[in-house]
Design a protein around this ligand. Sequence first.
Ligand code: NDP
Length: 396
Amino acid sequence: MAKVLIIGAGGVGNVVARKCAQVSEVFSEIILASRTQFKCDRVAAAIDKPITTAQVDADDVGQMVALINKHNPDLVLNVALPYQDLPIMDACLETGVDYLDTANYEPIDEAKFEYRWQWDYRDSFEDAGIMALLGSGFDPGVTNVFCAYAQKHYFDEIHHIDIVDCNAGDHGHPFATNFNPEINIREITQKGKYWQDGQWIEIDPMSVSMDIDFPEVGIRKGYLLYHEEEESLVQNITGLKRIRFWMTFGAAYINHLQVLQNVGMTRIDPVEFEGKQIVPLQFLKAVLPDPGSLGTNYTGKTCIGCIFNGVKDGQQKNMMIYNVCDHAEAFKETGAQAVSYTTGVPAMIGAKMMLTGQWKKPGVWNMEQFDPDPFMQALNQHGLGWKILEGKTLKQ
Ligand code: NDP
């Protein structure tokens, strides 16, 4: 029986609140706080368990500390934006409360994400006797757990990992992003990179692509991007020689993105407009569809997983672990499309692991550093069943 404070009432926050409410034997009290109070109230009104709501600017450590002191939660579950990670971690330190998020910190004025800023809290969290679990979404999150599971049960050494992320759904809009547009576009328009033989190899944005055959979805073009879970996995997976991350995009999405880039709408530096400073990408976010509203009439599926190559008992081995999630089914259950769903469910499961003591250790941790078995079991139990495809390689 525990009290959870959820920060952020967007697409993912809605799913987290609903999923926590379904598991009332663990989450006996839920507080949902965000920058805009009515969004919290809207989520709470759609859930048949009582949820307390609150307004907070999570960039302000003082406001976060006051909120935590008022409600005295056992865990702060951060599904606001990556910019808020550090102020929320500071507030957790000040109040001695555990922390969980789904995306690593990014400075607002530079599209650069790395764990360094949050790993710097390792000693202070350990000294305070509190825990932070980083990246408990799908990717990062479930993909890290898939890697830990493959390492524990299927390989002596994993040599190559390709994380493959496909959204084969159709939301009916000419252009929309499936999670926060600002974060999504910053991720895609920065340089890509992958890790091979001990070093990072940088590539121009979206310059490397490949047709990938996704189980239950079919062939889609995947683009090589940098993704944050690669940074921790290179440290925690035995014998790794290469790790890459691929995400699929349709031709219409790429065309829209190119035009938006060409006209300067994806810039993150402020420009002067009618006497005011505005950031073009933040303005673009304001006119694009809200990811949380995309679920209605969304058809098709997501397929996200990891393709492994390595050695077991002296033999070469290939396999894939993946999940397929149906947009319409996710919407029916939570009023959200599959991208919010596949992020919100693992966030709830990560919190459940911590609150039930199955994953509990003072310090700052990434997902693959814990026993994957109870998490894998919980995925099956809470709506994200997974499968294993033996012999699967990236090329076939
Ligand atoms: P949304 O933009 O839909 O929601 C973000 C929410 O955070 C909004 O309710 C917003 O409030 C709130 N917020 C923003 N700034 C503050 C602040 N300063 N104080 C309090 N609340 C604030 O995003 P998503 O729900 O799509 O994404 C949420 C998080 O999940 C992001 O960090 C994203 O990167 C991560 N994510 C992780 C994935 C994974 O697999 N690991 C996949 C997809 C997303 P307001 O409405 O007022 O703006």
